[in-house]
Design a protein around this ligand. Sequence first.
Ligand SMILES: [Zn+2]
Length: 499
Amino acid sequence: MTENRVAIYLRLSKEDIDKKDFSESIQNQRRMLLQKVQEEGWSIFDIYIDEDYSGIDRERPAFLRMLKDCEQGKIDIVLCKSQSRFSRDLEIIEQYIHNKFKEWNVRFISLIDHADTSVEENKKSRQINALMNEWYLEDSSMNIRKTLRNKKEAGLFTGSFAPFGYQKKDKNHLEIDPIASKYVQQIYALYVKGYGYSKIKQYLNHQQVPTPSQYKKEIGSKYYGPSTGNSWSEKTIADILKNEVYIGSVVQGKYRKISYKNKKVISLKKKDWIVVPHQHKPIISLPIWNEVQKRIHQKIRIQSKTGKIHELSKKIYCQKCGQSFEKNSSGRTSYSYLVCRDRRNHWQHCDNRASIRLDVIESLVLKEFLKFYHQFADEQLLLQYENQYSIEQNLLCKQACERLENDYHQKERTLKKLYEDYIHQELDDEVFQNLKKSYVKELEQIKNTLTSMKKEKMPFSFRKRKPMISLKVAKSFIQRIQIGNMEHGKRVVIIEWIF
Ligand SMILES: [Zn+2]
């Protein structure tokens, strides 16, 4: 006979408090679960309470303590108000309710959504509940994001910490920090004077000007942001010189979290940032700002104009003197020309003086590569190539997968809609349960097909199809290219391949 020692689990999250949903209150959950225990004549082992924790959080202290007690065989039944109180994370539901609990002989019961692991046919509905709980979380995280975005678009500063040079006046506004703002002005002044990033860096370090993170520590702010270290870097200086916050704009939305589950952050392109001008007092005057921006862009332009970068750069050499062939900066036509480095710098030691058009070399490389491609098409290299670049064939397979995936999501959305109708009592229980069952089956089938498709390697018809070769692909197989002297209007071009 089982003892029926019960673990009561209660959880309250910020979302619930914000919604002012008192039915979710700890007292309410406790009252409901205690009544159930009493009715069934079970005994209580312990009551576990996590307050202010989200259902997606895996590090809830009471939750972890309860799992440990379950593992140690102290508990026969875990009792919650709903499955979402236990977890809103599908993976956790699978891992514990459907696997570990079975292993540990623990029965899981949630009252309002009628989950009970002692009833076998209950499993599908528990999985669906878990899916719906994730949807709910996604919705609410989308809502939070939307509110935050609205605030940002209205020019309210939503960051936790003010940018260097400013301090927070109240929750959403910035005001000038009298000390740090002087450092910012100094950096701008030095740049206008003609100092480069590296020279400014040396100067600031020599003068022992505190870096942004040092300064935050000095004024006693609890700063968790990216550390700029104890000495100035060129990047920190460049960031300060380009930050529009110093002319009074609030600049936000530079980064985005991947999703509510994945906390990883990606940087957004500048055109997608949210910039709202005239929100606080500027530290830098507009004429100085414009001058600095002009200089920064000039510098970039000069670098790219005289730059030696092209698709085949560092691959092309002079057959005569062995130096590299580089872009010639005297751009008379719209074509790019390459010349021996000796000629470009007017050293006059090498007699290989004629230039060659970059696009001529490029098409030559492609033509030759195609010849080789057919020779090694059956070999190991092909596989390597296939892995490195997605080509047409893979695209076809991908497209088929995408279609299936779309289909899957479409069905999932429909099911979600049905669920919403059901919640709003526009669909009766039996109809919904039947629909749910058929949808779940279809979703499962699609998922299985997708898994097997993705497991398959290269499509069978691969060898018969014409390959799509790009310069980028060809380039990766080039050791180097040698350009010989021009003789009677002809010149030797030697392409050394890796294979
Ligand atoms: Zn040369």
